[in-house]
Design a protein around this ligand. Structure first.
Ligand code: PLP
Length: 473
């Protein structure tokens, strides 16, 4: 191994990509690699797109196509690709101490430094962190932690967590149970006991006929109804994403979250903010709870904490919870990689970079408002029923009849049709049903927003043409 001479990243990527043809990569992929959330028979017919390199906000595939990544990988590459500082942090840490655990009354400088920095950038009630390797593990930790919290306080019957239909909280047993994705609940015997769901605050689906503000209060009161139905003495916590991401970038009305906070306070229920997407600047504040005006007791994070360069997640724990945990012995929970030194070193470098670039203010004052302004052009498109955005995440709802806000039949899969045009035209935009969603890197310039919006409009035009040819509009 010591014979390896370092090559520049691009040359290395090119030589590796060219070591096999795209077809060869695809064949080996379909022979051996089980992808997440994938119909493998369909993928084998088509062949995976092989992504070989990235820089800034762009990806390149094995055919040499340049692609604008309007999804930040998977909602995570907040500071963009190719940040040398993150690479250096990982390299240095791997040389110095690639791994040590934190189980046996030991700790490591990178984990301590990151814990300290997270206490600094998160809202004031948080001064402790529990590290995991992913958002899903963070939410599993939440389930065990809130139940242990209430048991420690002599209320073991408080075991129920309430979350929302069409929320996403990961794919482990507890994460998928908290989530409200019916397709996930249908497989593997979910949800686990004592998880209940209320309807999401999605005005377009459930609120038309009401003003958005009134609907926000109605949707929040579904939580109170559910608490009273179950018995407040049995409810441990409510969990939600400030803005639902995987559910289709559903931005709740401004009245929703303050009312949720009031209801949680009224019944003494813990509020958990799943900040896996909204954290680290995406909504124009450090955390989505700050944008939405809540004061959560626990906060799950992952994705943007390292800009996706290495896996890391965790749970921020408020004093209310950590004081109780601290006085009740051992919390029998943890992971081999909790506080992994390399992941923590990269996260610290990433957060310092966000600070140095003033990235949160860039999102709040400059690029977020600019994106919202440019999305007006998208909203005017004949195929678009509504556009919703919250700083650097947005949804474009495709409709059959713009005037009546009438949707396409789901079986037509118009979102997938549009996504195929994006794929073919150098734009990564995801489809959730007929809702096209974007969550681009926060480091975008105005010129890059223009480029992205022009691509979106072009792909909407192509989609409309195809729909007209098919006679579906
Ligand atoms: C992605 C996501 C998760 C799960 O994170 P993983 O790292 O994939 O386990 C949890 N919550 C939200 C809101 C997410 O978007």
């Amino acid at each position: 191994m010591s014979q390896l001479t370092p090559t520049p990243a691009a040359a290395y990527a090119a030589s590796r990509a060219q070591s096999r043809s795209t077809r060869q990569w695809q064949q080996a992929d379909s022979a051996h690699f089980l992808h997440p959330f994938t119909d493998h028979a369909a993928l084998a017919r088509k062949g995976a797109r092989i992504i070989t390199r990235a820089e800034g906000i762009y990806l390149w595939d094995s055919e040499g196509h340049k692609i604008l990544d309007a999804m930040s990988g998977l909602w995570c590459v907040n500071t963009g690709y190719g940040q040398q500082g993150l690479v250096d942090a990982a390299t240095r840490q791997m040389q110095e101490l690639p791994f040590y655990n934190a189980f046996f009354q030991t700790s490591t400088p990178p984990a301590i430094e990151l814990a300290e920095l997270l206490a600094e950038v998160t809202p004031p009630q948080f001064d402790k962190v529990f590290f995991t390797c992913s958002g899903s593990e963070g939410n599993d930790t939440v389930v065990r932690m809130v139940r242990h919290y209430w048991a420690s306080l002599g209320q073991p019957q408080r075991r129920i967590l309430i979350s929302r239909h069409n929320g996403y909280h990961g794919s482990t047993m507890a994460g998928a149970s908290l989530g409200g994705m019916s397709g996930m609940h249908a497989q593997g015997g979910l949800p686990i006991p004592d998880i209940h769901h209320i309807q999401q605050p999605h005005w377009f689906e459930h609120g038309q006929g009401q003003s958005r503000e009134d609907f926000g209060l109605t949707a929040a009161h579904w939580l109170e109804d559910k608490i009273l139905e179950l018995g407040p003495e049995r409810v441990a916590a409510f969990i939600g994403e400030p803005v639902q991401g995987a559910g289709g970038v559903i931005v709740p009305p401004s009245t929703y979250w303050p009312e949720i906070q009031r209801i949680c306070d009224k019944y003494g229920i813990l509020l958990v903010s799943d900040e896996v997407i909204c954290g680290f600047g995406r909504t124009g504040q450090w955390f989505g709870c700050e944008t939405m005006g809540t004061r959560p007791d626990l906060m799950t994070f992952a994705k943007g904490v390292t800009s996706g360069y290495v896996p890391l997640g965790g749970v921020m724990v408020s004093q209310r919870v950590s004081d109780v945990l601290a006085s009740h012995g051992e919390f029998n929970h943890g992971f081999t990689y909790s506080g992994h030194p390399v992941a923590c070193a990269v996260a610290t470098a990433n957060i310092r970079l966000i600070q140095q670039m003033n990235l949160v203010a860039h999102v709040r004052q400059n690029i977020g408002p600019y994106l919202a302004q440019r999305l007006q052009d998208v909203a005017a498109h004949p195929l678009v029923g509504e556009v919703q955005s919250c700083a650097m995440m947005a949804a474009v709802q495709l409709v059959q009849d713009k005037a009546k806000l009438q949707c396409f039949k789901p079986e037509l899969e118009v979102g997938m049709l549009c996504r195929a045009h994006c794929f073919g035209n150098g734009l990564i935009m995801r489809a959730v049903g007929d809702r096209m969603i974007i969550a681009p890197p926060l480091v975008m310039s105005r010129a890059q927003v223009d480029e992205m919006v022009n691509l979106i409009l072009h792909c909407l035009d192509l989609s409309l043409q195809e729909l007209q040819q098919k006679g579906w509009v």
